[in-house]
Design a protein around this ligand. Structure first.
Ligand SMILES: [Ca+2]
Ligand SMILES: [Ca+2]
Length: 184
């Protein structure tokens, strides 16, 4: 499911309607970032038994598919549980990661076509940039989900949003069991 896409289409319908029949004030509702940061892959299930040691098999990878740099400061990467809490004004420290900086980058700007991958585990040496991909490590707490793994294997949604949770860049849902990653 592509929330941002459908919301953008809805906004377009509203704009079109207002141009033909309504005052401009009718266009007030949808303020989504649009198709800018797009999820391209989600790691949902570590191969074999899920453990604290293989948390990095859970990840969310997204790409700047726009033609301009995007500031990702404050961008949230969450599962469906954490996303609902954030939107409801009751954010939790589990199952959520907020981007605060980027490795090998003096700013928080992601250039067109570059990727950001948020892994749930940790890495000796911390965050790094490999080629056109920023690799960030959330170091999910063992108390979150199952040993720090929190994307449901069978059915869940990964979200990439602005800091308020409500402005959605991209989401990816799945409702199956039998693979280790999902792609749109
Ligand atoms: Ca999982
Ligand atoms: Ca597993």
């Amino acid at each position: 499911m592509r929330i941002s896409k459908s919301a953008s289409l809805f906004a377009g319908v509203l704009i079109a309607a207002s141009l033909s029949t309504s005052p401009a004030s009718a266009v007030t509702t949808v303020d989504v970032p649009g198709d800018v940061l797009r999820i391209v892959e989600v790691g949902t299930d570590a191969m074999g038994a899920d453990s604290y040691a293989n948390r990095n098999r859970e990840f969310v990878k997204f790409q700047n598919v726009s033609n301009a740099p995007v500031d990702v400061a404050g961008v949230l990467v969450e599962d469906n549980w954490a996303h609902a809490r954030t939107v409801g004004g009751d954010a939790h420290t589990c199952n959520t990661y907020k981007i605060v900086d980027l490795p090998s980058n003096a700013t928080t700007m992601v250039q067109p076509n570059e990727y950001v991958t948020v892994f749930n585990g940790s890495r000796w040496g911390g965050n790094r940039k490999v080629g056109s991909e920023y690799q960030l490590f959330a170091n999910s707490d063992t108390d979150c989900g199952t040993f720090g793994q929190f994307y449901n294997n069978d059915a869940d949604t990964a979200w990439v949003t602005k800091a308020n949770g409500a402005d959605v860049y991209s989401s990816k849902s799945w409702d199956w069991n039998g693979g280790y990653t999902v792609k749109p």
